[in-house]
Design a binder for this molecule. Structure first.
Ligand code: ZN
Length: 283
């Protein structure tokens, strides 16, 4: 349950974290965790909202006050200690768990040595990506995808990375966030795109299936497409990015939410990239 906000309520200082997302009847629902509880961000669309940076940043792991964040929300010592900040998270095909060198083997067991999906999505165009099976559809909403479909199920993060790298020779693996925020997604038939990739990479997919074993790899030929509608009144034609590293107050009239971005009439802000920034809200 989120707090119902009155017209004049303000929310006192709290550390930003990525918005919590869920998909309800095809619509993306966003909530922000504050010290006053969860706020339903969808309810703020169309209203004036100012986010004030309290000029304090705290490591999201150890809570220490820091001048800047590393790896998206951490102090430097945590960023070189935690497995979730390791380079192999960005390049899953380099997972080194099997070598016994995972920074936190227990974390790796729970987060990487578990089933993953390779998926196709329409974020700023066709892209390939990977995610833990438990992170669907969260991952897709975080990326601002308007549609997505799992195409391969694999046993580990490493395997998902190997498949993704293979397919990324043909399909983009990054989202152009400016384009994503303009909202003019071309229609993409994800099922046809999947079938074309399976056709094109048939031999390579067979080789990888033989390498890892058919108990680890499932080629998914019939998954349904998930479509996602975002709460946006109007998309910007020019995307102006705002950050607390350059301005103390961000806000205006909230036009919508897509991915992890708040879209204001005066520009956009990526909430996730300000993880650990202490802010208060003026409504
Ligand atoms: Zn720390």
């Amino acid at each position: 349950m989120s707090i119902i906000l009155g017209h004049m309520d303000n929310i006192s200082g709290f550390n930003l974290d990525k918005m919590e997302v869920k998909l309800v009847e095809g619509k993306a629902i966003y909530q922000l965790l504050t010290n006053n509880g969860l706020i339903g961000v969808n309810d703020l669309i169309g209203r004036e909202l100012k986010i004030h940076f309290d000029k304090e940043i705290n490591c999201t792991n150890c809570g220490k006050k820091i001048p800047k964040t590393y790896s998206g929300g951490y102090c430097y010592p945590c960023s070189i200690k935690l497995a979730e900040c390791d380079m192999c998270i960005l390049k899953p095909e380099t997972c080194h768990f099997a070598n016994g060198t995972c920074r936190e083997p227990e974390w790796g067991l729970k987060n990487c040595m578990i089933p993953h999906y390779v998926y196709l999505a329409n974020s700023s165009g066709l892209k390939v990506g990977i995610t833990r099976t438990t992170q669907i559809p969260t991952r897709w909403i975080d990326q601002g995808a308007v549609a997505a479909i799992p195409i391969i199920k694999v046993g580990t993060r490493l395997q998902s990375g190997v498949f993704e790298k293979l397919l990324s020779s043909e399909v983009n693996d990054k989202t152009d966030w400016r384009k994503m925020l303009k909202g003019d997604n071309a229609q993409i038939d994800l099922q046809s795109s999947r079938d074309e990739l399976f056709e094109l990479f048939g031999d390579d997919l067979d080789d990888l299936e033989n390498k890892y074993g058919s108990d680890q790899i499932s080629i998914l030929e019939n998954e349904p497409i998930t479509e996602i509608e975002y709460p946006v009144l109007s998309y910007p034609s020019i995307v102006t990015s705002m950050t607390f590293d350059k301005q103390e107050v961000v806000g205006g009239k909230l036009q919508g939410i897509k991915g992890q971005y708040l879209i204001f009439d005066v520009g956009v802000i990526n909430i996730r990239s300000h993880t650990g920034y202490k802010v208060h809200l003026e409504l």
